[in-house]
Design a protein around this ligand. Structure first.
Ligand code: SIN
Length: 337
């Protein structure tokens, strides 16, 4: 999108919100890309390292944090959503790029996908190799993210991710590899399109509701309801379900086996949790496919995650609990978003 200025064509105004991560990481040895400290370089260094983005957009930086993304908390997501919503409400902001670590990129992306109240482009980006590594992937990823955020194509698509020339939906994209530059994938559903030579080529759109069309309003919130994830395995007992309730959890996502399979003792613990008012969502750690609502789950008052993996199901459950803790309402939201 290019806007007409009073006397000359203006480039789109893009805000780069930097939170740290590997894209801002530094190491001593370019040949050892796993030995580095994430979240060292500031946002101005990120922009200066890719002078070509100046031809795509008027880019200015906001340094919101400089940390590894595995240290981010719900409070950081709330603050980020508030900052992004504030930036997008300014008529002189055409889109936002958020640069952060990749470990929780998929969580931040889905949180923003459900809480940003704007149709303007929001693009998340990171890097698998630090800025000092041989063949660092951050500069091209950042260039592509700015190009996408400055494009008409990204308008109204919800929050998008750009990594390794692929455009993904915030809802479906997850990190699938510990170190490879093509780590980000949407299992089975695939990417929405590609970035090639700085141009977006979009082929699909997510049909699930997002951004302005969700019922979630996080303005003014400083905390989210506590939701824990319990990993399912054969022979699991119920102790961790009981511990979660004792610790004050208002929701539990069970990362179950296959189609949400639960060890019998764990099911008893979760059913007791539900009886005490704790919301329970049945998800799967299988990595792809649906978790369907089964009779036993309906009887016990559990919602089914559909194809949302556990960490994204946790994001949706935290937001759902800001509205309701009724199982049928929570299931409605999992069917909608
Ligand atoms: C992090 O998530 O901050 C570390 C890993 C990365 O950025 O790729």
């Amino acid at each position: 999108m290019r806007c007409n200025g009073s006397s000359e064509e203006r480039l789109p105004a893009i805000k780069l919100v930097a939170l740290g991560g590997t894209i801002a990481g530094k190491g001593a040895d370019p040949t050892r890309p796993t030995q580095y400290e994430p979240g060292v370089l500031g946002v101005d260094s990120l922009i200066a390292a890719v002078p070509e983005i100046g031809k795509l957009a008027r880019v200015s930086g906001v340094q919101l944090a400089n940390m590894p993304s595995y240290a981010m908390t719900e409070a950081d997501w709330l603050r980020l959503a508030s900052v992004v919503n504030g930036l997008l409400s300014d008529s002189d902001c055409d889109g936002v790029v958020v640069a952060q670590g990749t470990d929780t990129l998929e969580e931040t992306a889905y949180f923003l996908h459900l809480t940003v109240k704007s149709e303007k482009p929001v693009v998340l980006v990171g890097a698998m190799r630090p800025a000092t590594a041989m063949s660092a992937d951050g500069p091209l990823n950042l260039y592509n993210a700015v190009a996408l955020a400055a494009s008409r194509a990204a308008y109204g698509q919800g929050v998008l991710l750009v990594m390794n020339d692929r455009i993904g939906s915030a809802r479906d994209t997850v990190k699938t590899n510990t170190t490879a530059v093509d780590a980000f994938r949407a299992p089975e559903l695939g990417c929405l399109g590609y970035m090639t030579d700085g141009q977006p080529f979009l082929y699909y759109a997510s049909t699930r509701l997002h951004t302005s069309r969700t019922e979630f309003d996080t303005a003014g919130l400083t905390a989210l309801p506590r939701v824990e994830i319990l990993y399912g395995y054969g022979g699991s007992g119920r102790d961790l379900a009981d511990a979660a309730v004792q610790a004050g959890a208002r929701g539990i996502v069970h990362a179950g086996m296959g189609n949400g399979g639960m060890a019998p003792a764990m099911r008893e613990g979760l059913a007791d949790a539900r009886r005490q008012g704790v919301a329970v969502v049945s998800a799967s750690h299988a990595g792809s496919g649906l978790v369907t609502a089964k009779e036993a789950d309906l009887r016990d008052g559990f919602a089914a995650s559909g194809n949302l993996p556990p960490r994204k199901a946790r994001i949706l459950l935290m937001l759902a609990l800001t509205v309701t803790n009724r199982p049928e309402e929570i299931q409605r939201m999992f069917d909608l978003y």
